[in-house]
Design a protein around this ligand. Structure first.
Ligand code: GLP
Length: 250
């Protein structure tokens, strides 16, 4: 894993957007794997700024998102489908039918995961996957304990994840209990991965990530086995790692 140390959230967002823009320029029909949550919002803002100023075209780009809640309609402002339109798709020239998110109407819809796998395969696989990390080390919605060989599937959210995401809902009961998430094995097939880590809340898990072996209790640890992962982390996120004695970092 390559680590790019940046000063701030803003710098992380700029650097991530530059890598994505470079990818699109090199391969205009790139398949981008996209993430939601608070972390990538600044990256998307930089992509929008660049699109407005430099007209980088998304006409041929295809996007596949990591995950989606089960039980929220697409027009629900808390759904990731809505998030992606608000934060990115409505502001660039990507055709709507080239943007995909996994979706399942209910937890019984097991074929939804298989269909998403087939879709990603039919697009030729993911060229560049953007990831955030949960405070418990999850990637996508693959919670601790998920098999590293997991394909895209319906997952039960950890209570800690529901609590972390409750900030977007008016009350805890509204936070869905299940989601559909791109699998860990699917994420690992991406040709290139960027992991964005920002803020003091992520400092403990980033420290653990660098000090742990690859184990299913920490889903993001599998990234150590991927040949092309870049972590972009800001000073707050790096604060514990930089202090820790015998750090792999120092
Ligand atoms: C969310 C998403 C993940 C995201 C992570 C971190 O629940 N399912 O894809 O990377 O948790 O979110 P945030 O960026 O808001 O800290």
């Amino acid at each position: 894993m390559k680590l790019i140390e940046v000063q701030s959230y803003d710098e992380m967002s700029k650097v991530a957007a530059e890598i994505m823009i470079e990818q699109i320029k090199t391969k205009p029909n790139s398949v981008l794997g996209l993430a939601t949550g608070g972390t990538p919002i600044g990256t998307y803002q930089n992509l929008i700024k660049d699109f407005t100023k430099n007209k980088t075209s998304y006409e041929k780009v295809m996007t596949v998102n990591l995950d989606e809640y089960i039980g929220l309609e697409k027009d629900n402002p808390q759904s990731y489908s809505y998030y992606m339109k608000e934060q990115l798709f409505n502001h660039i020239n990507i055709p709507e039918n080239q943007t995909y998110l996994p979706s399942a109407k209910s937890v019984e819809e097991e074929e939804a995961g298989r269909n998403y796998e087939k879709l990603i395969d039919s697009l030729g696989g993911i060229d560049l996957q953007i990831l955030g990390i949960g405070e418990n080390g999850h990637i996508g919605f693959n919670e601790p304990g998920t098999s590293f060989s997991s394909p895209t599937s319906i997952v039960k959210l950890a209570e800690s994840t529901r609590e972390a995401n409750a900030r977007y809902f008016t009350k805890m009961e509204e936070v869905p209990t299940h989601a559909i998430s791109m699998g860990i094995s699917t994420i690992m097939k991406s040709r290139k991965i960027i992991l964005l880590v920002s803020g003091v809340k992520k400092a403990p898990i980033l420290n653990q990530l660098f000090h742990t072996d690859v184990k299913e209790d920490l889903p993001a640890s599998i990234l150590k086995k991927h040949p092309d992962v870049t972590i972009i982390a800001d000073q707050e996120a790096l604060s514990i790692l930089k202090e820790s004695k015998g750090s792999v970092y120092s």
